[in-house]
Structures are given as C-alpha cells and as structure tokens.
Design a protein. Structure first.
Lengths: 464, 319
C-alpha cells in the first residue's frame, strides 16, 4: 500500500535502536515505596480526593473524581495506606495536589475488579460510562478524556477512527512494542470504538520505519472488514493529530477546531489497549508503558509500570543510570516535545510515555546565533507558519503581530528549531508567547462574557 | 545530587549550521574562482585574496570596536569578500577590493545589525558603491590572458558589444566557457552552473530564484529582444546573469523567505535586468536589478505570507 503523509515536516535521527528490541518488562513498585497520584493528569477539571489521610486503599479503588463531564477519575494502582495529600511535582513542571499512598506490597484488589464484559451486548451509553469510569484518557501525551472524545456532538458524524501508531518521536518505542506483543488487544479496543460509531472505518496508521509492527497489525486485522492498516511516511510530526488526519483522509482540521469536525477520532495505541482493558478485563487505568532510553541509562527498554511510581523508583528498579557516562539531561517523553526534568523525584502520570536520559553529547545544544533568514523554518513548519517571524515578535514582545501571523496555531512540534542552522530557540519562544497570548485571549473572552451578563442584568432590572 | 540541564524543546538539532552553509557556498564558488584565476592570472588571485582578507578584517575590527562577539568563524565575511572579488574587473587596483569590502561589511552589513539583518546584499552594495565612486577603475576590462605574461590588453566585454549593437566578437562556446572579457568570477558560466547544482544538491538554495530569474531574462530577450535583436542565449551567458542569479539573488538575508515571494522577486529582478540592459545607461543591469528587488523584499513578503494548515475561510472584516 502507498505510504501516506502530510506536507513539510522534518527527519530527525530516530534513535529507536536503543530500546526497540527490548520486550515490555513489568516493573512492580517496591514494598513501602510511596506512590503519588496527582489530581490533574488530564485535560479538564482536576479531581477531588475521595479518600483521607489514614485510609486504606486497594488496587483499582477510585481515589479521586470530579463532577465535571470534562474530567477523568484516578485509581489506586497499589494497596496501602494514604499517608499524605500534598503538592507533588509532575513531569510538566507544575506542583499538583497529590494523594500519597504507601505501598504495603500486598496488592490487595478491590471487589468487582476483573469483571470483564462482552462489549457486543453492551449499549453505547454503557460502553462510554465504563470508559469514563475506568479513567481512560489519551495516553499519547495530551491526556484528553477518552469518553469525551468518543462522544462528539451529534451534528458531527464520525466516519474515521484513526489509531495513532506513528510514534514519530525519536527514541520512543513503547507503542511499537505494544503492536508486536499485543496486536489482538489493539484490534479489539478499536472494535469497541467502532461499535460506538458503526458508520466509521478504523485505520491504524504506522510509520514505515516499523515494518514488523505493520506486519503484526496487518495479521491481527485479517478477516475484519472495517479495519485497515495504513503505512505512513517516516517523518516528524506524523503523529500529530491534525497531520495524521490529513495524511489518511486529506482533510484539514480547521484552525481552533477539534478532530471530530473533520469526521475523525484519533487515539493512541496504548489508549486503545486501555479501553480494551476497561471493558473486556474490567480493570481501570492503573498501568502504562514507558520507554526509558538514552545513552545515560544502564538498561534502556520498555517497561510496564504502575502509574504513580516516581521516576526515581522506576530508574532504581531497572538498574539505574549508566555510571560511566551519567546523564546530564532528563526528558519526560520524546526529544522533540518532551519537557526536561530537573530531578527524578517526579510522579509518573497517565501521560508519561518516556523517560530519556541524555548524556553530555546527546544533550548538546549549540549557541544561538543571528537569524540568517534562510527560510528553513518556513519550509519545514507542518502548520505552514513563519516561525522566524513569530520568534522576532516574541522577542520584541509584539503580541499583536504574533497573533496576526497565526502564532496561536503553532503545535509546538519543534520542527523549526530542529532545522534552524542558527540554532535559535524558535519553538521555545513561540510556546512562551503562545501561553501569554492565549491567556490574554481567554481573559478578554471572560471580560466580554461578564460585561454581556452585566448588561443583560441591567436591562432586566430596567424592565422591572 | 546531580543537577540536570533544563532547556526548551526540541532536544535534538540538525547538524547544519551557519558555518556549514557558508562553507558550502564557498565550495560552490571554487570552480568559478579557479576559472577566474585561470583566465585573468595573478592579478585576479591578488584581488580575491585582498577582498577576502579585508572583509574578514573589517568584520573583526567592527565587532572589536563595538564590543560585540566576534563572529568571523561563521565564514559569512569570507563569502562576502569572495563574491565582491568575483564582481571586479581583473585590472582594478588593489585598493579597490579593500575599499569595497569595508563598505560591504561595515555599511551594508554591520550597521544594520550584522549577519541576517542586512536588507541588501553586502557584496553587491560594495560593488555598486565602487562603480559609482570609481567608474574608470571599475570598467576597465582586460582580455583573459591568464598567466601567459602578456600585457593586459583592454577589451570590450560581450555586453558592451551588445549595447553598442556592433555584434558579438566572441563565439557562443567562448561565452559559455568564460573565455571573454568581464569580471573575474562572472565569465565562466559553466563553472557557476556546477556550483549552483552543488548548492541545490546540498539544499542550501532552492531552484526558484536562479531558474526563474534566468528564465525571465531569457524569455524577455527572446520575445522582445534588444531593439529588434534577439539573442537570448548570448544574453544569459554574457555578463553577470549566472553569478547574480545563482549566488547573489539567493542571498538569504536580502531575498524573500516565502515561496511565492521568491517567484515575484526573481521575475522582478529579471525584468529590471532586461530594462537596464536594453534601455539603461549601463551595459549591465544584474547588480542593480538585484539591489532594487532587495529593497522590495519586506513588501513582497507582506503580501505572500503562506496559507496556514487548517486556515479558516477568509471572512471580510466587519466594519
């Protein structure tokens, strides 16, 4: 089949050879270690704790929840005592209120766990409720609540469910391993999603640099009419939601719109497996697969961890850093978009897909020089923006110019900085300005709403 | 506890640098430079060395005086010096490249903020300054006698013959190979084209500006011609069309970044070259055509901003 792709983009060296042949290994948290469950591991309203300090919790117990539709509950992944509720560092760099559970090592499970169901006999509402009640969110990185994504507004019919198996970030191999080791579960998860949208067809998009994964998934899809495997050109950011949709359907998601507006639902491989576990196994989201890689770690590989473990516990459990060449930089996620960590004392969350331990030469970032206007950032920007100009606006503090040149449409993929021969921090400056301008926009919208409401009230008062 | 580096994304970068790009431009200029020295002998070599050394020196000097970081290692001053020398007649006195480099580096480049901030091509600005200030030194052409030791004889360039309407004395083969009078680096079209292919292969330049510029010149001379004389092939191989189109008009800082803008820029430069050669006072119009288009770049870019991915349909602004 012809490999599909999007316009522009970059080809960073993929670095996957370090971990790609390492089968997924299960890592259990050590007895007496502390696990941290931050209240916000998803896009949407943060959860409120359902337990108090001193309570005993069991594996699979819902320990935090929110009444909001746009949210996702959190589950204990070990059994033990709640020892504290306090702020804890999460990979994004924020301090988030977290429930701290001391693992008693018994792994006592809560009643009702493991009661799998046959999804074919369930109604759509039951399936959606089960997915919500299992705390499933997008595990590719964004953490968008899956039950919201699977339940788009009625006026936007869905005709494609795309499984994002591009894994375009260099170094990461967790999705790749999952496709080799558990292809039938991915297919079953996709079938559950297709039951919700019977008019849609399922497409699994995999980059061409993973021929074994394409073969494995093609085999698992044999005899299923409404699921196909689509090879994609190996190019970054092929796994960006908008660019995956464009590659497969040739539809452009309009600026500011959600994928559903283009008739598509996109979910990551691990998310689909989480759906399958939630429905068929009756187990909520308590584990995820993390690629630990880079030359600074002794045993690079793919590890199935209990969500909530600190990254320090994970690194200790797999043999620690490479002592001869210790890392100088830690990255949560891939090297193109993952934030750096200044410590290993960070809670793993639902969206932690990787931990990269970069040595001095891997982490080398050359000095920033003058922009020479070579235009390579424009040539490679997958969004068709002019990053050098946005960078100039950012430096000048020209927010108006930044918005006018579509700075808010930046997906922060980092292709511009990757290509820049002057080694400018384009993506970083754009991200920072985006935050400021998005904040201003939200504040202006809120002010406008408040004003409209005040006027309405005044008008009503006058009527009376 | 170890301190880990915290930095903005992405954490991997391409190998390409300003220095590697400039090095590629220098490599691409090697064939034309060698042919220039072959045709015009020791004088050409001296002028080239003087131009490069003085360009680097003035960059260093300016940055020292203004207490800025010294950036001569990025090789951009070497490129400017070399390009300026390519645009000089071999008979020019040695102070000419030195004065030209000083103007190019200090006035055209550094005073506007250094690398990438110059709104016109520094080497061309240097040449234009020299041509306006020292017209005799800048337009005394000699025959390509190489290292033969023969006295340099003044000759007419193919372009001045075309201007005078006296017919070309050089064969097409001599024009393509560069065995004619002219600036040091502009005569050997074939060497310049080889350099251009190298730059395309290395993704340093895109094909748009050189191909469209040269095609525009070709088409205008083929369709309209010079007062009724149509010699488009000779026109593109004579004078600085190849050197200007491949190496000068593609200067990053002074050409548009947008793909559509590059097309407009190249067509505009081709048109002005045609107009100057046909109707202007000078026999050659390449330098001025590029300089004139250089100053239009901000305007061109404003109107050719690319459409973004997922652009909303255009709505008329409410009044």
């Amino acid at each position: 089949m012809q490999a599909l792709t999007f316009k522009r983009g970059v080809h960073p060296p993929d670095g996957k050879e370090l971990a790609k042949d390492q089968p997924i290994k299960v890592i259990m948290p050590k007895e007496n270690s502390e696990l941290f469950y931050p209240m916000s591991q998803h896009i949407g309203a943060p959860c409120d704790p359902l337990v108090a300090v001193g309570d005993h919790v069991k594996v699979g117990q819902k320990i935090a929840e929110s009444g909001a539709f746009m949210s996702s509950p959190i589950f204990a992944s070990v059994s033990g005592e709640v020892v504290d509720i306090r702020p804890m560092l999460v990979p994004g760099g924020a301090m988030v209120k977290s429930i701290v559970v001391k693992n008693d090592g018994k792994m006592e499970e809560i009643e009702g766990l493991n009661e799998g169901k046959d999804y074919t006999t369930m109604t759509n509402d039951e399936i959606l409720a089960a997915i919500k009640n299992a705390g499933v969110v997008g595990l590719g990185g964004a953490g968008f609540p899956t039950h919201v994504k699977l339940n788009p507004p009625k006026d936007t019919p869905i005709d494609h469910i795309l499984i994002n198996a591009a894994e375009c970030e260099p170094y990461l191999t967790c999705d790749y391993r999952l496709m080799l080791e558990e292809p039938e579960r991915i297919v079953r998860g996709l079938q559950i999603m297709l039951k919700l949208h019977p008019n849609a067809k399922g497409v699994i998009g995999i980059e061409m640099n993973k021929p074994e994964a394409i073969a494995s998934m093609t085999k698992a899809c044999e005899g299923i009419d409404n699921i196909t495997v689509q090879p994609l050109v190996t190019k970054f950011p092929q796994g960006s939601e908008k660019h995956l949709i464009y590659a497969i359907t040739k539809r452009e998601v309009k600026s500011g719109a959600l994928p559903a507006s283009a008739g598509c639902i996109v979910d990551n491989v691990d998310t689909v497996v989480a759906i399958e576990r939630a429905i068929c196994k009756g187990r909520p989201l308590m584990r995820r697969i993390v690629t630990v890689s880079g030359k600074g770690i002794k045993n690079p590989g793919n590890y199935k961890i209990r969500i909530g473990m600190t990254l320090r516990d994970l690194v200790d459990a797999i043999g620690g850093f490479n002592e001869e060449n210790p890392p100088v930089k830690l990255i949560a996620g891939g090297p193109m978009m993952g934030p750096t960590l200044y410590t290993l004392d960070v809670a793993s969350v639902k969206t932690t897909s990787g931990l990269l331990c970069f040595t001095k030469d891997e982490a080398y970032i050359p000095e920033e020089r003058n922009c020479i206007r070579c235009g390579k950032c424009v040539e490679h920007c997958p969004m068709g923006l002019m990053p050098f100009m946005l960078n100039a606006c950012a430096i000048k503090g020209d927010g108006e110019g930044f918005v006018k040149h579509h700075g808010l449409d930046c997906i922060e993929c980092g292709s511009c900085s990757y290509e820049c021969p002057a080694k400018r921090q384009l993506a970083q400056s754009i991200r920072a300005t985006k935050k400021i301008e998005a904040g201003k926009k939200a504040a202006a919208a809120a002010a406008a709403r408040a004003k409209a409401e005040a006027e309405k009230k005044a008008a009503e008062a006058e009527k009376k | 506890m170890a301190n880990f580096v915290v930095s903005g994304t992405p954490h991997v970068r391409s190998k390409e640098s300003i220095q590697s790009i400039m090095r590629d431009v220098i490599i691409a200029l090697v064939p034309a430079t060698a042919m220039g020295i072959y045709y015009f002998g020791l004088r050409a070599l001296i002028l080239i060395v003087a131009a490069i050394v003085s360009a680097v020196f003035f960059e260093w000097l300016y940055e020292k005086i203004t207490k800025k970081p010294v950036t001569i290692s990025d090789l951009s001053a070497v490129v400017t010096g070399l390009l300026l020398a390519m645009n000089l007649p071999a008979a020019a006195p040695i102070w000419v490249p030195i004065v030209g480099s000083a103007f190019a580096i200090i006035f055209a480049k550094q005073l506007f903020g250094g690398l990438g901030q110059n709104f016109i091509n520094p080497a061309l600005a240097g040449r234009a300054f020299l041509l306006a200030s020292y017209p005799t030194e800048m337009t005394t052409w000699t025959a390509p006698t190489g290292f033969s030791g023969a006295d340099a004889v003044a000759v007419a360039t193919p372009l001045s013959e075309l201007k005078a309407g006296t017919g070309l004395s050089a064969s097409l083969g001599d024009l393509v190979m560069g065995n004619v009078g002219g600036c040091i680096g502009e005569t050997c079209a074939i060497a310049l084209i080889i350099g251009g292919i190298y730059l395309l292969y290395k993704h340093v330049i895109s094909w748009k500006i050189p191909v469209i510029y040269i095609a525009t010149v070709f088409i205008l001379f083929a369709v309209i011609g010079r007062h009724g004389v149509r010699m488009p092939v000779q026109e593109i191989f004579a004078g600085g069309v190849m050197l200007g189109g491949i190496f000068m008009a593609t200067d990053y800082a002074s050409s548009p970044v947008t793909p559509k803008g590059q097309i407009i820029f190249a067509i505009g430069a081709g048109l002005i070259t045609y107009l100057i050669r046909t109707f202007g006072g000078y026999p050659e119009g390449v330098s001025y055509s590029i300089l004139l288009m250089n100053v239009c770049v901000p305007l061109i870019e404003r109107f050719t901003e690319p459409t973004i991915f997922g652009a909303l349909p255009k709505t008329k602004e409410a009044k």
